[in-house]
Design a protein around this ligand. Structure first.
Ligand code: SF4
Ligand code: MG
Length: 314
């Protein structure tokens, strides 16, 4: 069953240098229960994409297209309707724990608040619930820890606290934005285990630039380049072979694959290159790539790839 259907999503916002076309144009169907990863370099539009689903983006932003969640178009909802869905249906694990945790409230208070948004429960019940959630994200000495403030938490514990807030109301659909960014290897491994656990009976959209993290958590992955998908594939197939020249480059740039950087600069979301957006950096560029914008071809095995090299494979 499909839980979310994103069609023709476009997000642009004005800056002093021009219009940033951050999401441009995205189609994606997400099945209930699946964990889907959105991967790309910084500046690929992946965080804007996540924010636009929950409409966390600024007012002057231009959005077009539809995001249908269980039959309702989120793009047409008013703020109150949307608030009703957040937390219970759609949970967000925000990027950057240091700025998403409030330094002047105890961790327990913040999680309690997130847990009780739509419910009227007394203090005792709220504390009980907070404790349960903190234990679920494996915070040791939770009873003591809930009285502490963010600055008393280590990086890994802050990340756990942010995850706790995201799952506080046990949402059906979780969006996690770079939950392992800046964590050292051991802490990262533990956070990945935790994310696997909390997403077990949920749908999760994971935004990351980390191929290892995505491989461990996701069933399917979409690779974003300059605001559009260049490849969408099941995890196993993708890690075996990469079809799009950008995906190939992205994998080769991983530390364990020799850290070979992709040549050229990532390109700008303000002045999108003509033709294939990757053509100025593509080692396989052909004449037509400079003028024509390739569609997302669906191969017989279901993999999708936006590149003229696969024009005959449909
Ligand atoms: Fe490279 Fe052309 Fe494919 Fe674009 S369409 S990725 S430029 S080969
Ligand atoms: Mg899942």
């Amino acid at each position: 069953m499909n839980i979310m259907e994103i069609t023709d999503l476009y997000v642009g916002f004005p800056t002093k240098d021009g219009l940033v076309k951050a999401v441009n144009t995205i189609d994606l169907i997400i099945e209930e229960g699946e964990n889907i990863g959105i991967l790309g370099e910084s500046g690929s539009g992946k965080s804007v994409f996540a924010d636009s689903i929950l409409r966390l983006i600024k007012d002057q932003t231009v959005t077009k297209g539809t995001v249908v969640y269980r039959g309702q178009n989120l793009m047409e909802m008013d703020k109150k309707e949307l608030r009703g869905l957040r937390g219970k249906e759609l949970g967000m694990i925000m990027q950057n724990p240091s700025s998403s945790l409030n330094p002047s409230l105890t961790i327990g208070n913040q999680i309690g608040e997130a847990a009780a948004v739509h419910e009227r429960i007394n203090k005792k019940e709220r504390n009980k619930k907070t404790l349960e959630i903190l234990e679920k994200v494996r915070i040791k000495n939770a009873k003591q820890r809930m009285k502490e403030y963010a600055h008393q938490f280590s990086g890994g514990m802050k990340e756990r606290a942010v995850i706790a807030m995201g799952i506080a109301q046990s949402p059906r659909f979780l969006i996690a934005d770079e939950p392992t960014k800046g964590l050292d290897t051991l802490v990262k491994y533990k956070v990945v285990q935790l994310l696997k656990e909390v997403s077990e009976n949920k749908t999760m959209l994971l935004i990351t630039h980390d191929l290892d993290v995505a491989e461990q958590i996701c069933d399917r992955i979409g690779i974003l380049y300059l605001g559009e998908f260049v490849e969408i594939s099941a995890v196993d197939a993708l890690y075996r072979t990469q079809l799009h020249p950008y995906t190939e480059g992205f994998f080769k740039a991983m530390p364990k694959n020799g850290m070979l950087p992709i040549e050229g600069l990532p390109g700008s979301l303000i002045d999108l290159p003509e033709g294939c957006r990757f053509h100025p950096r593509c080692p396989k560029c052909m004449e037509r790539c400079k003028k024509e914008h390739p569609p997302l071809y669906t191969k017989q095995d279901g993999r999708k790839v936006r590149c003229f090299l696969y024009a005959d494979s449909e």
